[in-house]
Ligand binder design. Sequence first.
Ligand code: 1HE
Length: 271
Amino acid sequence: MVFQRETCPVTPLPVALPSSLHCRIDDAVAVLRLARPQKRNAIDDEMVAGIGACFAALPADVRAVVLHGEGEHFCAGLDLSSVTENDATAGVFHSRAWHRAFDLIENGSVPVIAVLHGAVIGGGLELAAACHIRIAEPTTYYALPEGQRGLFVGGGGSVRVPRLIGTARMLDMMLTGRTYGAQEGVAAGFSQYLVDAGTGLHRAMAMARHVATLAPLSVFGVLHALPRIAEADPRTGLLMESLMAAIAAGDREAKERLRAFLEKRAGKVVR
Ligand code: 1HE
């Protein structure tokens, strides 16, 4: 079954969100939709605060989040009308508010899967980069027009985007206005998946339901230990890896899953 945008049953999140965001809970998966299509899901202060509030308020039985955008575009980035009067002080605090909200995505307790289509621009790309898995539909394109608009990334992009595509590509995008399409975007590292038009949400839901069944300690290791190990000096990283591996393997969930495989109750790895 292909989920249409808008048509899934609704269970509200236990927190008030602005009208530019919509969240429903579907068993163990929370589905957060950027719902400001008339402004191409451009992110204003209210939306940033709402994103943070949503991730801070996820019920404990939510084990994965799917993030997607309503309308023709995932997100046109910063709402440019909201910062025209900012001085440097306001600018710093504005950026820090984005950091706080997006940190709750990246460093929260559950994997977050973004479904991308249309424009993934500026702060929209920063938002996508804070998620753990990105699924792109063929209409997706990526841009960082900050350079052209006299701005700089402020939503964590200078930290997270180079991890995906490398500093040289990001530098080029910001200086020249270069954009990447969906196909080249998957090769460059913007997304891990490229799927057929209109199927991104369905793929993300299936992936999220699978991820929701994983052992919590494994997920913790992947979300929290792996990125830090990857950035640690190798000797520290290897030590952290051994500790994480021992803790995960010692957990009851791991023991039951290993027993299930050995007793032929669990699936084999299939290509
Ligand atoms: C906006 C925004 C926005 C659309 N802020 N209002 N981001 C950008 O520089 C991207 C700017 N947007 C665009 O280039 C285009 O709107 C799109 C390519 C995304 C879509 O084009 P299109 O033809 O489908 O829509 P549109 O007619 O341009 O926009 C529809 C409305 O949305 C229109 O408002 P209206 O009142 O005239 O109907 C647009 O003004 C409005 N709109 N995008 C405000 N971004 C933490 S720092 C992050 C820094 C950045 O993200 S910089 C990159 C900002």
